[in-house]
Ligand binder design. Structure first.
Ligand SMILES: [Zn+2]
Length: 404
C-alpha cells in the first residue's frame, strides 16, 4: 500500500469547511418560494480552493444556479473526479432541535441541513484536494494524474447541474466518485426509471347494447394481461446485487369511464418500469407498442405517452473496479433502488462509484446529521484513492485494470 496523502486526516479543517458549507442556505425546490440559488456557496468554495492552489471555474447552469469545477493539476491527465451536489432539500426550522444552518456537534454526530446529504462529502473533498495541492507544491513530481472537484446545482430537483456538466467536452477521468451518503459502502449501480401513460380509446354507447360501441375497459383488461406477462419476463433476468433483483413493472393509476350505464369510451393507465440495465426510451417504447398491439383484439386504439423524462440506470460492468472498491472499503459493493447523478455523470469517467459518509436514512429530514467517524473514515478513503489513482506509479493501479 502506498503512503497515504495525509496522515492523520485533517479532520479539524474538514469540520471547518463543513461548518461554512452548512451556513449557506442552498436549498433547491420545485416550489419557487423555497428555491434558493447556490452562488454564495460556490463563490466561497471557489475562493477557498483557489487559495489552496486549485484552478477553479464557475459555470452558470440556470438563473442563480452554478456548477464549480476545481482542478489540482489542470495540465495532467484527469485521474479522479470527486463529485457532489451543492444543494439541499428545504428545511422547516420548527421541526429541528438545533438551527439547521448552524453546524452543531452532539454525541459524535454533526447536525445541520445537508451535513449528511451531502455537504459532509463536499467538505472531505475540499480537505483532500487542498492536501493534495499542498503535497504537490512540496513534491512537484508526486502526481501523474489530477484530481477534479465537481460541485453541481439542483440535484434535489431537476439534476440540471449534472446534466450540464455531462454535456461539456471535458476530459474523461479514470474514476468518478459521487459522495452521496452510503455509510462508506461502495454503490456501483442503480436502477433507472421510466413512467408511461397508455390511453385506450374505444367508442361510447348505451350500456343496454354493448356491441353498439367499443368498451375501452376490455381494451384495458387486455393491456394489463400483456403488461403482467412482460413483468414476469423481466423477472427472469436477475442481478443479485439489488435487494429487488430484477427489472420491475408496476401499473399505478387507472382513470376513465363516466357512468355505469354507458360504454366506457376512454381509459388511461399510468405504469412505471425500473430497469436494471440500460433501456433507451425509443427501444422501450417500441417494445411496449409491439407487445400491446399484438395483445389487442378489442378494436380500441392504443396510444403511449411519456409523462416525465426517463432517468437512465447507472450501469457498468467493472468486476475489477468492484474488487478494488471492496478491498479499499472493506464492504461488498451494492446496487440500490434510488437514483443519483451517477446515471448522468458516469459517461465522464471509465469507472464510477457512489461512496460517501453518512446514512441515506438520515437524509431529507429534520435533525439530519453525519457521524464524525464517517468523515474521518472518508478522508482516509479519499487519501488512499488519490494515492492509488493519481500518484506516479500508483500501486493499486493493476487492480483497476478493467476500467483504466
Ligand atoms: Zn444527495
Amino acid at each position: 500500500m502506498n503512503a497515504p496523502i495525509f496522515d492523520p486526516p485533517n479532520l479539524p479543517q474538514c469540520i471547518k469547511y463543513l461548518s461554512a458549507l452548512v451556513g449557506f442556505n442552498s436549498a433547491s425546490s420545485d416550489v419557487p418560494a423555497a428555491d434558493h440559488g447556490n452562488e454564495a456557496l460556490i463563490d466561497w468554495a471557489m475562493a477557498e480552493l483557489t487559495a489552496a492552489g486549485l484552478t477553479c471555474r464557475k459555470i452558470q447552469t440556470a438563473p442563480g444556479k452554478f456548477n464549480l469545477i476545481a482542478d489540482t493539476h489542470p495540465k495532467l491527465p484527469l485521474g479522479l473526479i470527486f463529485s457532489g451536489h451543492s444543494d439541499t432539500v428545504p428545511a422547516d426550522p420548527a421541526l429541528w432541535h438545533s438551527d439547521p444552518w448552524t453546524l452543531t456537534e452532539s454525541c459524535g454526530m454533526l447536525y445541520g441541513l445537508g451535513a449528511c446529504d451531502m455537504k459532509g462529502a463536499l467538505a472531505c473533498f475540499m480537505t483532500a484536494a487542498a492536501a493534495a495541492a499542498e503535497l504537490s507544491r512540496r513534491m512537484p513530481d508526486f502526481f501523474e494524474r489530477g484530481i477534479r472537484l465537481l460541485f453541481t446545482a439542483d440535484e434535489e430537483t431537476s439534476m440540471q447541474g449534472a446534466a450540464a456538466y455531462a454535456a461539456l467536452s471535458e476530459p474523461q477521468a479514470h474514476l468518478l466518485v459521487i459522495g452521496e451518503p452510503t455509510a462508506l459502502t461502495p454503490i456501483v449501480g442503480h436502477k433507472g426509471y421510466a413512467a408511461r401513460c397508455l390511453t385506450i380509446t374505444g367508442k361510447a354507447g348505451h350500456s343496454s347494447n354493448p356491441a353498439g360501441g367499443c368498451n375501452a375497459l376490455w381494451g384495458l383488461q387486455q393491456a394489463l394481461s400483456v403488461l403482467k406477462l412482460m413483468a414476469w419476463e423481466f423477472e427472469q433476468e436477475q442481478d443479485e446485487a439489488y435487494s429487488v433483483p430484477y427489472t420491475t413493472l408496476n401499473p399505478g393509476v387507472v382513470s376513465g369511464g363516466e357512468a355505469v350505464n354507458q360504454i366506457c369510451a376512454q381509459v388511461k393507465l399510468l405504469f412505471e418500469l425500473r430497469p436494471i440495465r440500460p433501456l433507451p426510451a425509443a427501444q422501450l417504447d417500441e417494445l411496449l407498442q409491439t407487445r400491446l398491439q399484438e395483445g389487442s383484439s378489442s378494436g380500441c386504439t392504443l396510444e403511449l405517452s411519456t409523462p416525465y423524462p426517463d432517468i437512465p440506470c447507472f450501469y457498468q460492468d467493472r468486476p475489477q473496479l468492484e474488487a478494488y472498491l471492496a478491498h479499499l472499503t472493506k464492504h461488498a459493493c451494492l446496487k440500490v433502488n434510488y437514483c443519483t447523478e451517477a446515471s448522468l455523470l458516469q459517461r465522464c469517467a471509465q469507472g464510477t462509484a457512489v461512496l460517501g459518509p453518512g446514512d441515506i436514512a438520515r437524509a431529507h429530514q429534520a435533525d439530519e446529521g453525519v457521524p464524525i467517524a464517517d468523515l474521518e473514515g472518508y478522508l482516509a478513503l479519499l487519501s488512499a484513492l488519490i494515492s492509488d489513482v493519481c500518484r506516479a506509479g500508483g500501486q493499486q493501479f493493476q487492480l483497476m485494470g478493467d476500467c483504466m
